[in-house]
Design a protein around this ligand. Structure first.
Ligand SMILES: Nc1ncnc2c1ncn2[C@@H]1O[C@H](COP(=O)(O)OP(=O)(O)O)[C@@H](O)[C@H]1O
Ligand SMILES: [Mg+2]
Length: 238
């Protein structure tokens, strides 16, 4: 199997001595070389699912199976760059010297549009540029999967739109495998090859988004009807 498979995954936390069931039996295929979006309202367990899948936490019950290679990188809502390191050193942070292929790092920095900013420090960059550096750092690590937890949520509308387009371009170019968490339906529709709607600790619906020629237009009938369907799924409680 290539990619990641979740089989009947359960997770609960104990809060104030009471168990809180967050994931109640999630089964899911996450293919490689695609963007799989986990969509759901705030507090539904998206971050928990991402942390489990990325190996930061253990499942209580069920199983997560990985393809041949299991190396994950994370991109969070905040860029989490080292303020005392410039872009180049942030991107190569965590790589052993022998793994630092100059040309490859240069091409990754170029792919995220930070050419010429290699020597800049995080405080000298805009929020969008900092997030691009965080994405470059994830790519440089050459993970089998990139786990992204609402990476653009803190950006303004225009920067966010630009970053979404750039992510699609970079993903297409590099063939990256991405698990992307968001609470924004529009973001899911713009980015996802597959969209997984989580509600009440379970997979409520899954959509395979058909390929479109060129950029996706959310005002196309296809996307309007997908959006309507997703909203209906998120609004109904069983
Ligand atoms: N480490 C933790 N300890 C206790 N409760 C947690 C912990 N992490 C998450 N939770 C709870 O689990 C639920 C889901 O959280 P989370 O996965 O962060 O949701 P989302 O990312 O969808 O907003 C929330 O009710 C949250 O309070
Ligand atoms: Mg979260």
């Amino acid at each position: 199997m290539a990619g990641i498979e979740l089989i009947n995954v359960h997770k609960q936390y104990v809060v104030d001595e009471r168990p809180v069931k967050v994931l109640k039996g999630i089964s899911l295929q996450i293919p490689e070389k695609h963007i799989t979006v986990i969509l759901g309202r705030s507090g539904c367990g998206k971050t928990t699912l991402l942390r489990l899948t990325g190996g930061l936490e253990q499942v209580d019950e069920g199983e997560i199976r990985y393809g041949l290679s299991h190396k994950t990188a994370f991109v969070f809502q905040e860029p989490r760059l080292m303020p005392w390191l410039n872009v180049w050193n942030n991107v190569t942070f965590g790589l052993e010297k022998k793994d630092q292929d100059q040309e490859k790092i240069e091409s990754i920095i170029a792919a995220v549009g930070l050419c010429g900013f290699e020597k800049a420090y995080p405080s000298q960059l805009s929020g969008g540029m900092q997030q691009r550096a965080a994405i470059a750092r994830a790519l440089a690590y050459e993970p089998s999967f990139i786990m992204m937890d609402e990476p653009f949520a803190a950006l303004d509308y225009f920067t966010r739109e630009q970053m979404q387009k750039e992510l699609l371009r970079v993903q297409g170019g590099q063939g990256s495998s991405i698990l992307f968490v968001t609470h924004s339906i529009d973001e899911a529709l713009l980015l996802g090859h597959r969209i997984v709607v989580i509600e009440n600790g379970l997979v409520k619906a899954q959509y395979q988004v058909p390929e479109t020629a060129g950029e996706r237009n959310l005002l196309d009938d296809l996307f309007i009807s997908l959006k309507r369907d997703i909203i209906n799924n998120l609004n109904t409680t069983e």
